[in-house]
Design a protein around this ligand. Structure first.
Ligand SMILES: [Zn+2]
Length: 194
């Protein structure tokens, strides 16, 4: 009885592995470890439930395969990206190349790994306004902007609203640095961020 319990999971594992190895042989571009399948939810979360192309950011979104399903036959997280129907159709027609799409995917991971929600919003606001280089934000938010400040993409101009509440200015003026503008340019044009 005990033996059966021990044998069963092993048999399952072997079957899974064989399936994966056959799949791997047919694509020639797989990583050494299997890419776990996803139900798509984390793909949507990764892109903030908006089109992952930073110049688009439209809704609604669909889940697209970066390497086509016909070639890869799996729904692994690394091969999926959230796109609006327009960008999805453009990608499928070859109007957006795969190298760019892979970089958009990689950059989502850099942004999510390094920057918090407020920081990403600040970057997006500057991305939408190519000529803007300053932003007023409520005082006391330095900790939420910590990595942008640390990376030298945002600076505290020293200017504030002049209204001080419990030692904290009601608003502070931050500036986008040249490095910050360059980072945004690279992000928008599907270049490597790290
Ligand atoms: Zn789009």
């Amino acid at each position: 009885m005990q033996m059966q319990v021990a044998v069963l999971p092993l048999a399952r594992l072997t079957k899974r592995r064989e399936t994966w190895l056959i799949d791997r042989k047919s694509t020639h571009s797989r990583a050494e470890t299997p890419n776990p399948e996803t139900d798509g939810r984390e793909v949507l979360v990764e892109a903030g439930h908006r089109c992952a192309i930073p110049t688009c950011r439209q809704t609604p979104v669909e889940i697209a395969h970066i390497v086509p399903w016909e070639q890869i036959r799996e729904h692994g997280f690394d091969n999926l990206i959230a796109l609006c129907p327009t960008c999805h159709a453009r990608y499928d027609r070859g109007e957006i190349d795969r190298k760019a799409m892979l970089q958009y995917k990689a950059n989502l991971s850099v942004l999510n790994g390094r920057y918090g929600d407020l920081e990403q919003r600040v970057l997006r606001l500057f991305a939408e306004q190519a000529n803007a280089h300053q932003i007023w934000l409520p005082g006391g938010f330095d900790i939420l902007l910590m990595n942008l400040l640390k990376d030298g993409f945002l600076t505290d101009t020293g200017q504030n609203s002049g209204v001080i509440l419990a030692g904290v200015p009601s608003a502070k003026l931050y500036g986008l640095t040249g490095g910050g503008r360059e980072f945004i340019k690279r992000w928008l044009s599907a270049q490597e961020l790290e």
